[in-house]
Design a protein around this ligand. Structure first.
Ligand SMILES: Cc1cc2nc3c(=O)[nH]c(=O)nc-3n(C[C@H](O)[C@H](O)[C@H](O)COP(=O)(O)O)c2cc1C
Length: 172
């Protein structure tokens, strides 16, 4: 098979656009995966998912093209869940460095960020092929949360989930 024609390329672009748009209708929180690689590093993700209660497992899906991708393999990491006022932190770790270097905390197994809404420190559990991404599962060894509104992401935009709409843990 030769190179795709201009028509085929346009069809693929339009399908990708529609696929992203459809995925964007699923509202998520926003998190930063931090770890100690060759340097202390972080990557903004909205692919965070809780996986298992026993053992306690969580996952993040990391693009193969991200610098973090290879560095994260077999490394402990922290998932930092962002509060509503932390949009600039999300941008900082999404390739738009902000003027101020974030405040770091030395965690038990991996570095984490100060003042986040919640955090999960993890040791590496497994990594699964996810097409052009890899699903990194971690076993949670330390975690906590504070009160406050959550930063959310929907339709390619940041938004806020008020704390009053959260806090139904007792019902689950
Ligand atoms: C709201 C938001 C969510 C994102 N979610 C993901 C994600 O789940 N997985 C991923 O690989 N990249 C995601 N990205 C893109 C990465 O944060 C971005 O490509 C980053 O610059 C990669 O950093 P690195 O190359 O230093 O690892 C997201 C970006 C934003 C703004």
């Amino acid at each position: 098979m030769g190179d795709p024609s201009e028509y085929q390329r346009r069809t693929i672009r339009s399908r990708d656009h529609h696929f992203r748009g459809s995925l964007g209708r699923f509202a998520t929180g926003v998190a930063i995966v931090t770890f100690e690689g060759t340097t202390r590093h972080g990557i903004t993700v909205n692919s965070f998912t809780s996986v298992s209660m026993e053992p306690p497992l969580v996952l993040a899906s990391i693009a193969r093209t991200a610098r973090s991708h290879d560095e994260l393999a077999n490394r402990p990491f922290t998932v930092n869940i962002l509060g509503a006022e932390q949009q600039s932190l999300a941008m900082h770790f999404a390739g738009r460095p902000q003027a101020h270097e974030p405040l770091w905390i030395e965690g038990q197994v991996a570095p984490r960020l100060a003042n986040v809404l919640a955090f999960f420190e993890c040791t590496p559990w497994a990594a699964y092929d996810g097409g052009d991404h890899t699903l990194y599962l971690g076993e949670v060894v330390d975690f906590s949360y504070r009160s406050g509104d959550a930063l959310a992401f929907a339709n390619s935009r940041f938004t806020t989930i008020p704390e009053s709409q959260l806090g139904v843990e007792d019902l689950l």
